[in-house]
Design a protein around this ligand. Structure first.
Ligand code: SAH
Length: 251
């Protein structure tokens, strides 16, 4: 059996209980070495075979899965954060389907959640934004034309930008062209939940400077939107003047 497991954003105790338990039972672990905290591997049982997928191709990963399946071994494929975001798991699952091997996916705490926690921020503030756009700047992986950052920016929703810490000039330009005011609050969160976590605050306009001055070029998220500023409406959910299914109006 193969389990795709979300490792969480970095801090070992931000993996799920299910994920931890699977690590401790695994006969083989293939982990995304550039981002997964190796401390998680300390839960592996003695004799567990551990492979870093950073130097492997998709074919090599599938070959390892297949070899383990032929011996009836339990394999954990550890992906950073939640595997459903930029995890390249679909291509692995499709090959496993074709080979007839069973697998399950165990979700994880994505880095966009850990980054919001580091900032003590809420993406969805009444009156400001009820939408979070998760996206990236085009790098070696291109962006579909209908998802051009300028178009996404035109919504002025809250945004969490992955994989783009080295492309802050392009990011700033697209956000401004798309209609974000230059003074829209923005933050760079480096290695959220790791001991070396760093939080930088500024505006859409100052993003490239924040990147240059800090020297951060990877393992960082850029968050931006008015949710990082002051001013919002209080929630209806906890408003004394508002009745809902679980609570009667008290004012
Ligand atoms: N599946 C992962 C994302 C993998 S893509 C998730 O759910 O978080 C890798 C990108 O994720 C990095 O370039 C960076 O933008 C972001 N990232 C991963 N871990 C991070 C962390 N601890 N802090 C900030 N950004 C992180």
């Amino acid at each position: 059996m193969i389990y795709f497991v979300g490792a969480g954003p970095g801090a070992p105790d931000l993996i799920t209980l299910r994920g931890k338990e699977l690590i401790s039972r695994a006969d083989e672990i293939i982990y995304a070495g550039s981002l997964v905290n190796p401390a998680l591997l300390s839960w592996a049982k003695p004799g567990c075979a551990v492979y870093d997928s950073a130097s492997m191709t998709l074919e090599a990963v599938i070959e390892r899965f297949a070899a383990a399946e032929r011996k009836n071994r339990l394999t954990v494929r550890l992906h950073t954060g939640d595997p459903s975001l930029y995890g390249a798991i679909r291509e692995q699952m499709d090959r496993l389907d074709a080979l007839g091997f069973a697998y399950e996916v165990v979700p994880g705490v994505s880095s966009f959640c850990a980054a919001a926690a580091a900032l003590k921020a809420e993406y969805t503030l009444p009156g400001l934004s009820q939408t979070l756009i998760i996206t990236r700047v085009a790098g070696r992986t291109g962006m579909p034309a209908h998802e051009d950052l300028r178009l996404l920016a035109s919504h002025q929703a809250s945004m969490a930008i992955f994989l783009s810490a080295a492309l802050l000039g392009e990011l700033r330009e697209a956000l401004l062209e798309g209609g974000y005011p230059a003074d829209t609050p923005a933050a760079i969160v480096y290695k959220a939940s790791w001991p070396e976590e760093q939080v930088l605050r500024g505006t859409v306009d100052t993003l490239p400077r924040m990147g240059e001055e800090s020297g951060i070029t990877k393992t960082a998220l850029v968050l931006l939107g008015r949710f990082l500023g002051a001013g919002y409406e209080r929630s209806r959910l906890y408003d004394p003047g508002f009745t809902h299914e679980y609570r009667k109006q008290t004012e």
